[in-house]
Design a protein around this ligand. Structure first.
Ligand SMILES: C[S@@+](CC[C@H](N)C(=O)[O-])C[C@H]1O[C@@H](n2cnc3c(N)ncnc32)[C@H](O)[C@@H]1O
Length: 246
């Protein structure tokens, strides 16, 4: 996949903000507390999207600035969390002053950024000793229907957006890692929307997208763990990394 294709994928969420907000998972509080130091005051949530993490940061008591490039995602965030300071920007260019925050979170978005440029920008906006935390939600494919759903939504997808130990560079201490297991309760008919919120599907030609979404509906109608059920618990692992500015 070319750099242009990757950039198109990174920008694709603008076309699917509502379904993203309706179906994507949030983040468990114990993961958020691990990612952000208790004594932090100002937190920057980068690539904040519709505010899935931003909302938890606010609820847990931090003063949050959310930076997000997509107009549509920012609109969802503003509607869900009207009191949050939401700004246009990217991980590579936040627009924040030097040394202005105690912690930076970037959930489900590090794979969309230029890591060297983003790490330099995060080092610039963090106060001395501040902490950065890249975070991912990963569906737990030990569950059979989850593995089958994943196989469907990855058909034809050549871009690897899986989580991995983020390379932050010499300005930061070595990364620490922790995993938090939890479940998200969704209606089974929302498994179609969860698929439709993914960048690979957002950019597919409509007939190819519909074929994958129909395959998701077929899975829901036939899999013994989904068939005839209104609700399902989607198993997730929240994979968290953190490092301090030296
Ligand atoms: C999968 S969503 C994650 C949103 C939110 N953090 C969450 O956990 O639900 C990825 C987000 O990264 C944003 N994004 C894409 N490129 C970015 C960049 N270079 N810097 C910051 N955010 C970016 C997209 O607009 C999108 O809102």
């Amino acid at each position: 996949m070319s750099t242009d294709d990757r950039a198109d994928r990174a920008a694709s969420f603008d076309q699917a903000a509502a379904v993203y907000q309706a179906t994507r998972p949030g983040y468990p509080d114990e993961a958020v507390r691990w990612a952000v130091p208790a004594d932090a005051r100002d937190v920057l949530d980068l690539g904040a999207g519709t505010g899935k993490l931003t909302g938890r940061l606010v609820a847990l008591g931090w003063h949050v600035v959310a930076v997000e490039p997509s107009d549509a995602m920012r609109a969802e965030l503003g509607a869900a969390h009207p009191s949050v300071d939401v700004r246009p920007g990217t991980a590579e260019r936040t627009g924040l002053p030097d040394a202005s925050v105690d912690a930076v979170t970037i959930a489900q978005a590090w794979h969309w950024v230029d890591p060297a440029a983003a790490a330099a920008e995060i080092a610039r906006v963090l106060r001395p000793g501040g902490q950065v935390a890249p975070i991912w939600n990963v569906r737990d494919e030990a569950t059979d229907w989850v593995a089958r759903w994943t196989e469907i939504v990855h058909r034809g997808d050549s871009l690897d957006t899986s989580y991995r130990d983020p390379v932050l560079g010499d300005a930061f201490t070595p990364t620490e890692h922790a995993t938090f297991r939890w479940t998200q309760r969704l209606r089974t008919d929302q498994l179609r929307g969860l698929a439709a919120s993914r960048s690979h599907l957002i950019l597919l030609p409509p007939d190819e997208r519909d074929a994958l979404l129909d395959a998701v509906d077929e899975l829901v109608a036939t899999h013994p763990d989904l068939r005839g059920r209104e609700w399902v618990d989607v198993p997730y692992r929240t994979e968290c990394y953190r490092a301090r500015l030296r």
